[in-house]
Design a binder for this molecule. Sequence first.
Ligand SMILES: Cc1cc2nc3c(=O)[nH]c(=O)nc-3n(C[C@H](O)[C@H](O)[C@H](O)COP(=O)(O)OP(=O)(O)OC[C@H]3O[C@@H](n4cnc5c(N)ncnc54)[C@H](O)[C@@H]3O)c2cc1C
Length: 389
Amino acid sequence: MRALICGAGIAGLTTALALHRAGWSVTMIEKAQGLRAGGYMLDFFGPGYEAAQDLGVIEALQGHARGVGRLDFVDARGRTASSMAYERMIEAADGKLFPILRGDIERELHSALPGDVHISYGTDLTEVENRVGRVVVTTRDGKRQDFDLLVGADGIHSQVRQLVFGPEEQFIRPLGFHTAAYFFESPRVAEALSGDFKMMTVRDRMVGLYEVDRHRIMSFFVMRADGLERPKDVRKALGAAFGELDWIVPDVLQAAPDDGGIYYDVVAQVAMDQWHKGRTILVGDAAYAVSLLAGQGASLAMAGGRALGQVLDGADDVGAALGRFEARLRPLVQDKQQAGRRMANWFVPATPLHGLVRDIGVNAMNWPLLPGLMGKFFSVSAKGFSLAR
Ligand SMILES: Cc1cc2nc3c(=O)[nH]c(=O)nc-3n(C[C@H](O)[C@H](O)[C@H](O)COP(=O)(O)OP(=O)(O)OC[C@H]3O[C@@H](n4cnc5c(N)ncnc54)[C@H](O)[C@@H]3O)c2cc1C
């Protein structure tokens, strides 16, 4: 059986590993010119952890784990409002949680791919025809090819979804925020962070800062905003939204790279009644983005990719297997999407009261008797997710 996977992010690469293990012949196409570097830092935990173990990549991923001392929420002047040891989050997830750069996950998944999985970079699909028992795709160079399965793993703005299921507006649920992230060098900011993950939250806005390597800082911003449009000038938009904040924020804004070096997107979820149609299936953010506020998108992308390999391992009826994949994964996704919507007001406080309640909660997490509360508040689940055939 032959599969084409569109998108070589975490979902696509995991699906490639899992399908190959299930005996499928796998080809991939990726719109970017090569493997993407950097990204942003994320907490890796939850259902993807078990998938990474099962696929034999967990040690390689752990090798890139970054050290975080404390998680601090600070006010507009940089004064700590609440703080807890990062270790407490790790404990709440039974030790199965670590911070890692998205780019490091993708690099490790890529290097685990068997040699016969070919990736064509710098291309995408222009047409998809679902026929009985197969799918015919056309790539940008006009080449038409037949596959037994097309996997759309091309992210929240999925083109496969657009070609097969319909326009993006039908499925994207904006949560009322935009986000931006970039890396920069600054000994001064590094000194102010002193090895901790600091989040400045003020009404309707948040700035997250962490020193990834010596003096190399990852910054990310979340701000309340409507619509789906990227501003014409992202640096200017960030300056307008965060310019009046104090502490090291002026340094952070000053160090922003040109627009091309800034990740920028709407904070949104994807809600679809069905993730498969004929011989096309969506996985990862393309099908069920939960948003950065839920904090498990990478994990669910990996869990989904692995589960797809499990249901398709020796499946005689591909359609039935895809249906089963959906039915089993959907409750987990709905749970995380709900958590994401719930988290928004705590991480980007809608009112000062939200910030206050969050700070009381975070400080209380330092009490050793409250790991259950911690797990609930941060939606840190140690549960795995697996599908036997
Ligand atoms: C700031 C931030 C913080 C986050 N923090 C966390 C966290 O703490 N924990 C967590 O688990 N998750 C986190 N996430 C979410 C997580 O990063 C995503 O959910 C995850 O990366 C989704 O993976 P994916 O492979 O489905 O999609 P993507 O990462 O979007 O990958 C899609 C791939 O498809 C390619 N592509 C796009 N269009 C096409 C096309 N037309 N043809 C071919 N290829 C195409 C892209 O270039 C890319 O390589 C965070 C996200 C953000 C933005």
